[in-house]
Design a protein around this ligand. Sequence first.
Ligand code: G
Ligand code: G
Ligand code: MN
Ligand code: NA
Length: 255
Amino acid sequence: RNLVHDIDRAIRNNELFLVYQPKISSHSKEILGVEALLRWNHPIYGHISPGIFIPILEEYNKMYDVTDWVINQVCYQISKWIQDGISAWQVAINIPGPYVTSPRLMNILKESVTNNNFSSSYLELEITETSVINNIESAIKAIEEFREFGFSVALDDFGTGVSSLSYLKRLPITTLKIDKSFVDGVPNSEKDSAIVKAIITLCHSLNLKVVIEGVESKDQVLYLRSMSENPTIQGYFFTPPLREGEFVKWAEEFQ
Ligand code: G
Ligand code: G
Ligand code: MN
Ligand code: NA
C-alpha cells in the first residue's frame, strides 16, 4: 500500500526507468522492433518487479500517470535514437487495460509524438485480451483511432485469457503476441507446438504479424525458424530487457 504513496515521488526522482527488449526475425538477424518495459528502483525496497507494483498502482488509479511518464520517456528515446543515427526501431509500450479507451491516452500520445517530431509509425501499443473483454465495441473504436493516427497495435499475452478468435476477426490490430505459457512447451509438447504452429499460420492468413514471446532455448528457435511464415521472436534466448546504453551496445554487437 505504501507504494501508492511513493509513486509520485518516484516519478519526480527518477526512481522509475525503462528497459528494452528486441523482437527479432526468425529467418534473419534483423531487429524488427523493441518493447519498453518498466522498472522501479525503490530507495528502501530496492528493485520491485512490475508484476507486483503495477497491479497495486492500477487498483489505486495511479497507472495513468505512470503510463504518461512511460510514453514521454519512450518518445524522447525514439527521437534521440533517430537523431544520433543509432536506429529506426519501432518501440512498443504496454497500455494498462482501463486506459485503452481513455481520450486522455490518445491526447498524450499525439502530443508526445508531435513534440518529439517523429512519424507515428515508430510507436506500437500493446494491449491485453483482458482489456478488451469488458467492452469490445469501445475497444474497437479506440484501436481504430490509434490505427488512423498511424500507430501499430499488438494484442499481448494471447493465450492467457479467453483468447477468443472473434478478437482476431473484429479487432483492427496489426500484431498478435503469443504468450510464453504456450511457448514453454515448444518443441517438446506436441499439443503446445501444434497450437503455436496453428496460431502462426492463422495470423499469416489474416495478414497479422505474430510475435512469439518468452523464447529461451535453441530448440524453440529452431522450431520457429523451420516455419515458412517467419514468426518474430522475443525472449531471453537473444537477451533479457536491458537499460538503454546496454541495449544499444547489445544491438551493435548482434548485427
Ligand atoms: O518485464 P516483466 O516481465 O517483469 O513485466 C511483468 C509484467 O509487467 C508484464 O505483464 C508486463 O506487461 C508488465 N509491464 C512491464 N512494463 C510495463 C509498462 O510500462 N506498463 C504496463 N502497463 N505494464 C508493464
Ligand atoms: O506481459 P508482457 O508480455 O508485456 O511482459 C513480458 C514479460 O516477460 C516482461 O516482463 C519480460 O521481462 C519477460 N520476459 C521476456 N522474455 C522472457 C523470457 O524469455 N523468459 C521469461 N521468463 N520472461 C521473459
Ligand atoms: Mn508486452
Ligand atoms: Na506478453
